[in-house]
Structure formats: structure tokens, C-alpha cells
Design a protein around this ligand. Structure first.
Ligand SMILES: [Fe+2]
Length: 213
């Protein structure tokens, strides 16, 4: 862990999304800020344990618990930043341009954009609390879609997030009933910032986990 500086909650200007209310966003930003705060808190407490250059036997239970929780909070912070960054203020245009790099990558990996989308949406509808994420393997450019339980179980090491969709109920419960997750997924698709996906495919990742000096 880096020991200097603290993570800073970023500000996102996303008002006027289609089918996802500003009220939902405001509540969601607050939850995200909680993950940033807790990541800082855990980092600081873990640093306390290791600053003398060792973890004593009697410190292990507490140290282990904090370290396990760090994976949850840290991924909670990072995934929300990817999520908010792949939405576009005022709403998007629905499906991407057929000539876009994203559509070409989906075709190369799944056969067609429609099959990629069926897989991504299918993952989003899975029961449970978590995320649907389309990753790119930087080694060969291939896309694959994954279910992430909570925030930390199922992320693929080294793969780059290209499209990140929060399917925790807090992402839509003010706008839809719990059983209406498919409507939320439809709304999510109408707000995707496809330009951001193009940048991610080119290796330009958003400003994730920013620290103060
Ligand atoms: Fe969330």
C-alpha cells in the first residue's frame, strides 16, 4: 500500500439521464463517497500495523480482517468510478455506431454486437448483488463479459474494464421495483458514453482512484 496521501472522491456531472433519476444519482454518489472514505480509513489502519516493519502474531486477526475488507471497499470505489465514467450526461444514443472500435471488438470476440449484448445483459440479470463487466484482455484485444459478486469476487487480474454496469439494487431501487432490473438495464444502455469506451479500448483509462498529494 502507498502510505502517502488519501483517495479523493471524484465529482461526476450526470444529470438528466434517461430512466435513471437525478435522485438515484445523488444517493449513488453518496454511497460511492462512502467507499472512498472507508478505503482511506482501512489503508490508514493497516499502515498503523505495519509501520514498525512487522505484523506481530497477536495483530494478525485484526490485520487480516482489515486487509480482507480493503478488497471490498477498494473495488467498490474503483468500480463506481468506471461506472459513472461510462455514463453520459443527458443520456446517450442507445446502441453504438456500427463502425466503432467497440462494435468491431464485439464482433471479433462474440461474432456480433447483438450476441455480445445478449451475453452482457444476461449477466446483468443474474440473481445476486454485484456487477456486469465487459473486460478487454490487453494481450490479444479480446472482449469477455463477467459477473462480479459484491465488488471483489470475479474481477480478472490484468484485464481492463471497458463497460461497467452496477446491478446492486441501490443503482435502480428509487426508479424501479426490485423485479424490474431489466428495465434498469435498458435505461443503462440508453445512457452509455460510447466515446468513453472507445478511449478505454485505445488504452486511455479514466482517472481511477485519485490521491491527493
Ligand atoms: Fe453502486
Amino acid at each position: 500500500m502507498g502510505t502517502t496521501g488519501t483517495y479523493q472522491a471524484r465529482q461526476f456531472d450526470l444529470s438528466g439521464l434517461k430512466g435513471i433519476s437525478d435522485q438515484t444519482l445523488e444517493m449513488h454518489f453518496k454511497l460511492y463517497e462512502g467507499y472512498v472514505k472507508e478505503t482511506n480509513n482501512l489503508t490508514e489502519r493497516i499502515n498503523e500495523f505495519v509501520k514498525d516493519g512487522k505484523v506481530d502474531q497477536e495483530e494478525l486477526p485484526a490485520y487480516s480482517e482489515l486487509t480482507r475488507r480493503l478488497g471490498f471497499e477498494y473495488n467498490g470505489m474503483v468500480l463506481h468510478e468506471y461506472y459513472f465514467d461510462n455514463l453520459i450526461k443527458g443520456g446517450g444514443t442507445g446502441d453504438p455506431d456500427r463502425t466503432s472500435q467497440f462494435v468491431r471488438a464485439a464482433e471479433g470476440s462474440f461474432g456480433s454486437y447483438e450476441i455480445w449484448k445478449a451475453d452482457f445483459v444476461g449477466i446483468g440479470k443474474m440473481r445476486g448483488v454485484g456487477w456486469a463487466i465487459c473486460y478487454q484482455n490487453p494481450a490479444n484485444g479480446r472482449l469477455s463479459n463477467h459477473w462480479i459478486t459484491l465488488h471483489e469476487t470475479g474481477n480478472v487480474a490484468g484485464f481492463m474494464p471497458i463497460l461497467v454496469m452496477d446491478v446492486w439494487e441501490h443503482a435502480f431501487l428509487l426508479d424501479y421495483k426490485p423485479a424490474e432490473r431489466p428495465k434498469y438495464i435498458e435505461a443503462f444502455f440508453s445512457n452509455i458514453a460510447w466515446g468513453e469506451l472507445e478511449r478505454r479500448l485505445k488504452g486511455q483509462q479514466p482517472q481511477i482512484a485519485q490521491k491527493s498529494a
